[in-house]
Design a protein around this ligand. Structure first.
Ligand SMILES: Nc1ncnc2c1ncn2[C@@H]1O[C@H](COP(=O)(O)OP(=O)(O)OP(=O)(O)O)[C@@H](O)[C@H]1O
Length: 255
Protein backbone atom coordinates (compact mmCIF):
# COMPACT_ATOMS: atom_id res chain seq x y z
CA UNK A 1 0.00 0.00 0.00
CA UNK A 2 1.31 3.45 -0.91
CA UNK A 3 1.43 5.72 2.15
CA UNK A 4 2.95 8.83 0.58
CA UNK A 5 3.32 9.82 -3.05
CA UNK A 6 4.25 12.87 -5.04
CA UNK A 7 3.13 13.75 -8.54
CA UNK A 8 5.35 16.11 -10.49
CA UNK A 9 6.46 17.76 -7.24
CA UNK A 10 8.64 20.81 -7.73
CA UNK A 11 10.17 22.57 -4.72
CA UNK A 12 11.68 26.02 -5.11
CA UNK A 13 13.30 28.46 -2.72
CA UNK A 14 13.87 31.95 -4.06
CA UNK A 15 15.18 31.49 -7.60
CA UNK A 16 16.57 27.99 -6.92
CA UNK A 17 14.67 24.87 -7.97
CA UNK A 18 15.70 22.33 -5.32
CA UNK A 19 13.67 19.41 -6.69
CA UNK A 20 12.00 19.29 -10.11
CA UNK A 21 9.03 17.13 -11.12
CA UNK A 22 9.52 14.42 -8.48
CA UNK A 23 7.36 11.30 -8.71
CA UNK A 24 7.86 9.27 -5.54
CA UNK A 25 5.96 6.48 -3.79
CA UNK A 26 6.68 5.38 -0.22
CA UNK A 27 4.98 2.09 0.60
CA UNK A 28 4.42 0.11 3.78
CA UNK A 29 7.58 -1.57 5.04
CA UNK A 30 9.94 0.75 3.15
CA UNK A 31 12.72 2.90 4.66
CA UNK A 32 13.71 5.73 2.34
CA UNK A 33 16.96 7.54 3.13
CA UNK A 34 17.11 11.09 1.80
CA UNK A 35 20.72 11.86 0.87
CA UNK A 36 22.58 14.88 -0.43
CA UNK A 37 25.12 17.55 0.50
CA UNK A 38 24.50 20.48 2.86
CA UNK A 39 22.04 23.03 1.53
CA UNK A 40 20.75 20.83 -1.28
CA UNK A 41 17.16 20.96 -0.03
CA UNK A 42 16.51 17.89 2.15
CA UNK A 43 14.82 19.79 4.99
CA UNK A 44 12.84 21.93 2.56
CA UNK A 45 11.62 18.82 0.74
CA UNK A 46 10.65 17.13 4.02
CA UNK A 47 8.72 20.25 5.08
CA UNK A 48 6.92 20.23 1.73
CA UNK A 49 6.05 16.55 2.09
CA UNK A 50 4.77 17.26 5.61
CA UNK A 51 2.51 20.02 4.29
CA UNK A 52 4.35 22.79 6.14
CA UNK A 53 5.36 24.43 2.87
CA UNK A 54 3.48 24.75 -0.41
CA UNK A 55 5.04 23.14 -3.50
CA UNK A 56 5.96 25.28 -6.48
CA UNK A 57 4.15 22.74 -8.68
CA UNK A 58 2.71 19.24 -8.41
CA UNK A 59 1.15 17.60 -5.39
CA UNK A 60 1.71 15.46 -2.31
CA UNK A 61 -0.68 12.58 -1.59
CA UNK A 62 -1.36 10.64 1.58
CA UNK A 63 -2.74 7.28 0.49
CA UNK A 64 -5.35 7.86 -2.21
CA UNK A 65 -6.06 11.50 -1.37
CA UNK A 66 -4.15 14.74 -1.89
CA UNK A 67 -2.64 15.96 1.39
CA UNK A 68 -4.58 19.21 1.07
CA UNK A 69 -7.90 17.31 1.01
CA UNK A 70 -7.29 15.68 4.40
CA UNK A 71 -8.21 17.57 7.59
CA UNK A 72 -5.22 18.36 9.84
CA UNK A 73 -6.25 15.88 12.55
CA UNK A 74 -6.50 13.11 9.96
CA UNK A 75 -3.08 14.06 8.56
CA UNK A 76 -1.63 13.80 12.09
CA UNK A 77 -3.01 10.28 12.53
CA UNK A 78 -1.57 9.28 9.18
CA UNK A 79 1.84 10.95 9.24
CA UNK A 80 4.37 11.93 11.91
CA UNK A 81 7.15 14.48 11.51
CA UNK A 82 10.31 14.71 13.58
CA UNK A 83 12.20 17.98 12.95
CA UNK A 84 15.97 18.34 12.98
CA UNK A 85 15.93 19.98 16.42
CA UNK A 86 13.33 21.07 18.92
CA UNK A 87 13.51 24.21 21.08
CA UNK A 88 11.30 23.99 24.14
CA UNK A 89 9.89 27.37 25.12
CA UNK A 90 8.61 26.18 28.53
CA UNK A 91 9.62 23.62 31.16
CA UNK A 92 7.48 20.46 31.08
CA UNK A 93 7.82 16.87 32.32
CA UNK A 94 9.15 14.53 29.63
CA UNK A 95 6.06 12.32 29.96
CA UNK A 96 3.75 15.25 29.06
CA UNK A 97 5.82 15.94 25.94
CA UNK A 98 5.74 12.31 24.84
CA UNK A 99 1.99 12.15 25.50
CA UNK A 100 1.49 14.91 22.92
CA UNK A 101 1.88 12.06 20.43
CA UNK A 102 -1.55 10.81 21.52
CA UNK A 103 -3.33 14.13 20.87
CA UNK A 104 -4.34 13.38 17.24
CA UNK A 105 -6.02 10.20 18.51
CA UNK A 106 -8.07 11.87 21.26
CA UNK A 107 -11.39 13.57 20.68
CA UNK A 108 -11.70 17.22 21.65
CA UNK A 109 -12.98 16.66 25.20
CA UNK A 110 -10.78 13.76 26.22
CA UNK A 111 -7.60 13.73 28.29
CA UNK A 112 -4.94 11.07 27.94
CA UNK A 113 -5.79 7.91 29.90
CA UNK A 114 -3.85 5.05 31.48
CA UNK A 115 -3.48 3.25 28.12
CA UNK A 116 -1.91 6.38 26.61
CA UNK A 117 0.51 6.65 29.55
CA UNK A 118 1.47 2.99 29.13
CA UNK A 119 2.23 3.62 25.44
CA UNK A 120 4.31 6.71 26.27
CA UNK A 121 6.33 4.92 28.98
CA UNK A 122 6.95 1.97 26.64
CA UNK A 123 8.15 4.39 23.93
CA UNK A 124 10.56 6.05 26.37
CA UNK A 125 11.93 2.62 27.30
CA UNK A 126 12.40 1.75 23.61
CA UNK A 127 14.60 4.81 23.06
CA UNK A 128 16.62 4.07 26.21
CA UNK A 129 15.00 6.77 28.38
CA UNK A 130 13.16 4.68 30.98
CA UNK A 131 13.08 6.66 34.22
CA UNK A 132 13.20 10.06 32.43
CA UNK A 133 9.41 10.62 32.57
CA UNK A 134 9.49 13.23 35.37
CA UNK A 135 12.55 15.11 34.10
CA UNK A 136 12.06 18.68 32.90
CA UNK A 137 12.42 18.54 29.11
CA UNK A 138 14.43 21.80 29.07
CA UNK A 139 17.20 20.14 31.12
CA UNK A 140 17.87 17.32 28.63
CA UNK A 141 21.01 16.98 26.53
CA UNK A 142 20.71 17.29 22.74
CA UNK A 143 20.82 13.52 22.22
CA UNK A 144 18.29 12.90 25.03
CA UNK A 145 15.93 15.52 23.56
CA UNK A 146 16.19 13.93 20.14
CA UNK A 147 15.24 10.55 21.61
CA UNK A 148 12.26 12.19 23.39
CA UNK A 149 11.11 13.39 19.96
CA UNK A 150 11.43 9.83 18.68
CA UNK A 151 9.48 8.51 21.69
CA UNK A 152 6.74 11.06 20.88
CA UNK A 153 6.63 9.73 17.31
CA UNK A 154 6.40 6.13 18.57
CA UNK A 155 3.54 7.20 20.85
CA UNK A 156 1.79 8.90 17.95
CA UNK A 157 2.35 5.65 16.01
CA UNK A 158 1.44 6.88 12.50
CA UNK A 159 1.77 4.54 9.49
CA UNK A 160 4.12 7.07 7.84
CA UNK A 161 6.96 9.03 9.45
CA UNK A 162 9.12 11.83 8.03
CA UNK A 163 12.29 12.43 10.04
CA UNK A 164 14.90 15.16 9.55
CA UNK A 165 18.34 13.82 10.55
CA UNK A 166 17.00 11.73 13.46
CA UNK A 167 20.43 10.30 14.26
CA UNK A 168 22.36 13.59 14.12
CA UNK A 169 22.79 14.22 17.87
CA UNK A 170 23.21 10.60 18.93
CA UNK A 171 26.39 8.81 19.99
CA UNK A 172 27.49 5.78 17.98
CA UNK A 173 25.73 3.17 20.14
CA UNK A 174 22.50 5.20 20.22
CA UNK A 175 22.68 5.71 16.45
CA UNK A 176 22.81 1.96 15.93
CA UNK A 177 20.06 1.37 18.49
CA UNK A 178 17.71 3.95 16.94
CA UNK A 179 18.56 2.81 13.39
CA UNK A 180 17.60 -0.75 14.36
CA UNK A 181 14.43 0.52 16.06
CA UNK A 182 13.40 2.41 12.91
CA UNK A 183 14.23 -0.57 10.66
CA UNK A 184 12.17 -2.79 12.97
CA UNK A 185 9.17 -0.40 12.76
CA UNK A 186 9.25 -0.77 8.97
CA UNK A 187 10.11 -4.48 8.77
CA UNK A 188 7.87 -5.83 11.51
CA UNK A 189 5.09 -3.27 11.72
CA UNK A 190 4.84 -2.19 8.10
CA UNK A 191 5.56 1.46 8.88
CA UNK A 192 6.82 3.63 5.98
CA UNK A 193 9.76 5.94 6.76
CA UNK A 194 11.48 8.75 4.92
CA UNK A 195 14.46 10.22 6.74
CA UNK A 196 17.32 12.53 5.89
CA UNK A 197 20.72 11.31 6.99
CA UNK A 198 24.36 12.32 6.41
CA UNK A 199 26.05 9.09 7.53
CA UNK A 200 26.13 7.01 4.35
CA UNK A 201 27.16 3.81 6.16
CA UNK A 202 24.21 4.06 8.55
CA UNK A 203 21.96 4.88 5.60
CA UNK A 204 23.24 1.77 3.84
CA UNK A 205 22.31 -0.40 6.87
CA UNK A 206 18.89 1.12 7.21
CA UNK A 207 17.62 1.94 3.73
CA UNK A 208 15.47 -0.24 1.56
CA UNK A 209 15.30 2.75 -0.82
CA UNK A 210 17.22 5.96 -1.34
CA UNK A 211 16.36 9.41 -2.63
CA UNK A 212 19.54 11.20 -3.66
CA UNK A 213 19.58 14.93 -4.37
CA UNK A 214 22.76 15.73 -6.31
CA UNK A 215 22.09 19.48 -6.30
CA UNK A 216 20.97 20.17 -9.85
CA UNK A 217 17.24 19.80 -9.23
CA UNK A 218 17.19 16.10 -10.10
CA UNK A 219 16.13 13.51 -7.57
CA UNK A 220 17.50 9.99 -8.06
CA UNK A 221 15.04 7.60 -6.44
CA UNK A 222 14.87 3.83 -6.21
CA UNK A 223 16.02 0.73 -4.35
CA UNK A 224 19.06 1.57 -2.17
CA UNK A 225 21.31 -0.90 -4.01
CA UNK A 226 20.62 0.89 -7.31
CA UNK A 227 20.86 4.48 -6.06
CA UNK A 228 23.77 4.18 -3.59
CA UNK A 229 26.55 3.53 -6.08
CA UNK A 230 30.11 4.82 -5.89
CA UNK A 231 29.64 6.89 -9.05
CA UNK A 232 26.35 8.51 -7.98
CA UNK A 233 27.40 9.28 -4.38
CA UNK A 234 30.87 10.56 -5.36
CA UNK A 235 29.30 12.88 -7.94
CA UNK A 236 26.60 14.13 -5.55
CA UNK A 237 29.01 14.86 -2.68
CA UNK A 238 31.82 16.16 -4.91
CA UNK A 239 34.35 13.77 -3.36
CA UNK A 240 35.50 10.26 -4.32
CA UNK A 241 33.74 7.69 -2.14
CA UNK A 242 34.13 3.95 -2.15
CA UNK A 243 32.32 1.10 -0.43
CA UNK A 244 34.07 -1.62 1.56
CA UNK A 245 32.57 -4.73 3.13
CA UNK A 246 33.23 -5.54 6.79
CA UNK A 247 31.30 -7.19 9.65
CA UNK A 248 28.54 -8.14 7.21
CA UNK A 249 27.83 -4.54 6.18
CA UNK A 250 28.76 -2.11 3.41
CA UNK A 251 30.69 0.94 4.72
CA UNK A 252 31.32 4.15 2.80
CA UNK A 253 34.81 5.66 2.95
CA UNK A 254 36.13 8.91 1.46
CA UNK A 255 39.32 8.63 -0.63
N1 LIG B 1 13.95 31.26 3.91
C1 LIG B 1 14.94 31.02 3.05
N2 LIG B 1 15.33 31.95 2.16
C2 LIG B 1 16.32 31.72 1.28
N3 LIG B 1 16.99 30.56 1.23
C3 LIG B 1 16.66 29.60 2.10
C4 LIG B 1 15.62 29.77 3.06
N4 LIG B 1 15.53 28.64 3.80
C5 LIG B 1 16.46 27.81 3.30
N5 LIG B 1 17.14 28.38 2.30
C6 LIG B 1 18.22 27.78 1.50
O1 LIG B 1 17.68 26.67 0.81
C7 LIG B 1 18.65 25.68 0.66
C8 LIG B 1 18.12 24.34 1.13
O2 LIG B 1 18.08 24.32 2.55
P1 LIG B 1 17.76 23.00 3.35
O3 LIG B 1 17.76 23.34 4.81
O4 LIG B 1 16.53 22.39 2.79
O5 LIG B 1 19.01 22.10 2.97
P2 LIG B 1 19.47 20.68 3.57
O6 LIG B 1 19.74 19.80 2.39
O7 LIG B 1 18.50 20.18 4.57
O8 LIG B 1 20.84 21.08 4.26
P3 LIG B 1 21.67 20.45 5.52
O9 LIG B 1 22.22 19.13 5.06
O10 LIG B 1 22.75 21.48 5.73
O11 LIG B 1 20.73 20.34 6.69
C9 LIG B 1 19.88 26.16 1.41
O12 LIG B 1 20.81 26.69 0.48
C10 LIG B 1 19.36 27.23 2.32
O13 LIG B 1 20.34 28.21 2.59
Amino acid sequence: MTLLSTRGLTVRIGTRVLVAALDLAVRRGEVWCLLGPNGVGKTTLLHTLAGARAPEAGSVWLGDQPLSARPLAEQACWRGFVPQSVHDAFPAPVLDVVLQGRHPHLSRWHWEGEADRTLALAALARVGLAGFESRDVTTLSGGERQRVALATLLTQDPPLALLDEPLAHLDLAQQLRVAELLACEARERGRGLLLSIHDLSLAQRLATHALLLPGDGRAIAGPAAEVMTEAALSAAFGHPLSAVHAHGHRWWLPA
